[in-house]
Design a protein around this ligand. Structure first.
Ligand code: 0X9
Ligand code: ZN
Length: 421
């Protein structure tokens, strides 16, 4: 990962103060913390203590946590420095209007579906803790019955503050619908596949994060049952494969709190129910930010996927998508162990070929969770080629290893910009 000279300067100069979110959470404050750590084992311990690790460097990590975790880090002997959150990271910079809030996303998705009613339908897969719909758009060219074609699922924003991870799947949906009938490849892919896109798995958290300024750096959902006791559950620690193991917090104040049981949360229950009832899903991509990585199972163990073929498919695809995007492909647990993440469950339980993308930027100092709106276009376009690649192979992802070079190998320049119509 990129080394930031400026980082140590900032940490040395600023006193130990913290950004205090306005609002009703009982969690005290969010600290940006730089912790000395050079091995994945140390990083696993740090995330098990409840710190959300956002950047990994050779000798340290940069993470986010609350005061309880600072106490625990100290007790365990970790060497760390905290900093106040720089003002420029507390808001979408000028032009943040280009990011979609909940109402904009919902109305734009509905308008899009209406404009392409021969290709798309919209439905809610369930409700969030606070009763918001979890919207899903289904795209398929010949609108056959569900389950008749190979399926692929794209998921956005399990973590509230990771706003680009809503924009990327939303743009993908728009791109597929608007290019259908104009771009030969997209027309074929949309005709031959069943594509589902859920751009916002955590609407409550996202709404809380961006309501009133400065923004709150909120990660989890809004579980808790009352204004003073909202603690939130990390939805990417709440899935049911090896739930409760290393790399997830058991303390509700933790940034990585796993919840009271596997699938305790309505948001993960809804995703589970959808996947459980759609066995034609072969491939899944869950978007997060940030760090510019392409991750694949396992996350819960340092061991590789035991089934050599399945391992090779993930590795080959991650490498190909890495070449398309410039993101770094690797096994999830190379970063640190997590238990209960989406892709361990979708692969572990259903053998779905599964990826987590950590989108732009590479570093918190390049905008972190709140990069300028000017980057949306570049990031969303950069993520079209890997999405099309996965859609292409969704009929049988194992083709990437059985036929040598992927059929119809794609690079960014093959696909983007789209050929003039
Ligand atoms: O920790 C997470 O849930 C993901 N990173 S994020 O910064 N978006 O929170 C990464 C999950 C990948 N799994 C493992 N590292 N095991
Ligand atoms: Zn995330």
């Amino acid at each position: 990962m990129r080394k930031m000279g400026i980082l140590s300067l900032v940490f040395l100069v600023l006193p130990l103060t913290a950004f205090t979110p306005s609002g009703t959470s009982s969690l005290d404050t969010s600290h940006v913390v730089k912790i000395d750590a050079s091995t994945r084992e140390e990083r696993t311990e740090i995330t098990s203590l409840g710190v959300a690790i956002e950047e990994i460097h050779d000798t340290y990590i940069v993470g986010i946590c609350h005061s309880n975790q600072l106490k625990d880090l100290k007790a365990k002997g970790f060497v760390f420095e905290t900093t106040s959150t720089p003002a420029f990271l507390l808001d979408f910079p000028p032009g943040d209007g280009a990011f979609h809030n909940l109402q904009e996303l919902e109305s734009e998705m509905k308008a899009l579906v209406q404009a392409h009613s021969n290709l798309a339908t919209i439905s809610s897969i369930g409700k969030s803790v606070e009763g918001r719909d979890l919207w899903m758009v289904r795209i398929s060219g010949t609108q056959t019955k569900e389950g008749e074609k190979a399926g692929i699922l794209f998921l956005g924003t399990h973590h509230a503050r990771e706003h680009l991870s809503t924009e990327v799947p939303f743009f993908l949906m728009k791109h597929l619908l608007e290019k259908y009938g104009k771009d030969e490849k997209i027309t074929r892919l949309v005709n031959e596949r069943e594509i589902w896109i859920i751009p916002l798995v955590n609407p409550d958290g996202t709404d809380y994060d961006i309501t009133d300024k400065p923004y709150k750096w909120w990660r989890k959902n809004r579980q808790g049952g009352g204004a003073q006791s909202i603690y939130g559950v990390d939805l990417n620690r709440n899935y049911g494969y090896k739930w409760g193991g290393q790399g997830a917090g058991s303390d509700p104040s933790s940034e990585t709190y796993r919840g009271t049981s596997a699938f305790s949360e309505p948001e993960t229950q809804a995703v589970k129910a959808f996947i459980d009832t759609h066995p034609n899903i072969t491939t899944l991509l869950s978007y997060h930010t940030f760090s510019e990585l392409i991750l694949y199972p396992w996350g819960y163990t340092y061991d590789s996927i035991e089934d050599q073929q399945a391992f090779k498919v993930h590795e080959t695809m991650a490498q190909a998508m890495g070449r398309m995007t410039g993101y770094k492909p690797q096994q999830s647990s190379d970063l640190y162990i997590t238990s209960g993440d989406t892709t361990d469950w979708s692969f572990g339980e259903h053998k779905i070929i599964s990826f987590t993308f950590e989108l732009y930027p590479a570093s918190i100092w390049d905008g972190g969770f709140y990069p300028p709106a000017s980057v949306i276009e570049g990031v969303t376009k950069n993520n079209i080629p890997p999405a099309l690649y996965l859609i292409e192979y969704a009929d049988n992802p194992y083709r990437v290893i059985t036929t040598g070079q992927p059929r119809d190998f794609l690079t960014v320049s093959d696909i983007w910009p789209p050929k003039p119509q």
